[in-house]
Write a protein that binds this ligand. Structure first.
Ligand code: HEM
Ligand code: HEM
Length: 186
């Protein structure tokens, strides 16, 4: 890390407005896709809901590209947590959440490919009206990977949210507030 970014990190107690906007603009559709995945992709004949699912899902990857670039240029504020192990756990959880934001849509794209190639039951979908190219699927059961991956990520997000709420209501520190668009700071 360069001196400038280090100074910025020490001076800035909260996430940048862009980081906050990206966190919530991505968190809402991700939670929606996780909670309503089955309803949006379950119907074999419809076109609209699978298209919403695939379009939002692939948009997440594009937004993540920009988010990682932004994070690289604007490092996150230092954790408010004092415990060494909790800091390590939070860092690991954040890395896993970033990885999930690539891997879940990618396995979805592979599941879509598998559906089209192996006629598992058509789930016609497009990316905002554009044809989605098929990927090599290596004959794997990607729909299983996508479905179970989604469940695991939901557990991870559950822990992430529980940690944020614990900081807010039990430790009463600014961890949650500094990820919210507004709110008084200590
Ligand atoms: C953040 C992104 C995404 C999330 C969180 C997500 C989540 C889910 C969930 C929860 C399900 C239902 C699992 C179940 O039935 O138990 C599902 C199914 C499915 N998703 Fe996604 N998805 C994402 C992106 C995508 C993308 C980008 C595509 C395609 C381009 C896609 C294609 C599919 C398909 C084809 C199914 C049906 C799989 C099956 O046959 O059971 N998903 N998704
Ligand atoms: C109600 C839901 C959520 C709440 C309350 C929440 C809260 C927070 C808070 C308070 C932080 C800052 C942590 C810190 O300062 O150490 C944070 C960071 C983060 N959140 Fe969430 N979050 C939610 C949903 C999600 C979802 C759905 C995802 C993605 C799957 C996600 C991914 C991340 C990531 C990757 C970071 C790390 C940011 C960094 O690089 O420093 N969050 N979240």
């Amino acid at each position: 890390m360069g001196t400038d970014t280090l100074v910025q990190k020490l001076k800035s107690p909260r996430y940048t407005k862009t980081a906050i906007a990206l966190h919530w603009l991505m968190a809402v559709p991700i939670l929606g896709l996780l909670l309503f995945g089955q309803q949006t992709m379950g119907s074999h004949n419809a076109h609209f809901l699978p298209t919403v699912h695939a379009s939002l899902g692939l948009l997440i990857v594009l937004m993540l590209g920009f988010r990682l670039y932004w994070r690289w240029k604007n490092p996150s504020p230092a954790p408010l947590e004092a415990s060494y192990w909790k800091k390590r756990a939070a860092r690991l959880a954040h890395i896993m959440l970033y990885a999930a934001m690539v891997l879940i849509p990618l396995t979805g794209w592979l599941a879509f490919t598998e559906h089209v190639r192996r006629s598992l039951g058509a789930r016609p979908a497009s990316w905002f009206g554009f044809k989605i190219p098929l990927l090599p699927d290596f004959g794997m059961n990607w729909h299983m990977v996508h479905n179970w991956g989604g469940k695991l990520v939901l557990v991870l997000i559950g822990l992430h949210v529980a940690a944020a709420l614990k900081h807010h209501f039990i430790d009463r520190d600014d961890t949650l507030k500094r990820m919210l668009p507004s709110g008084n700071f200590h």
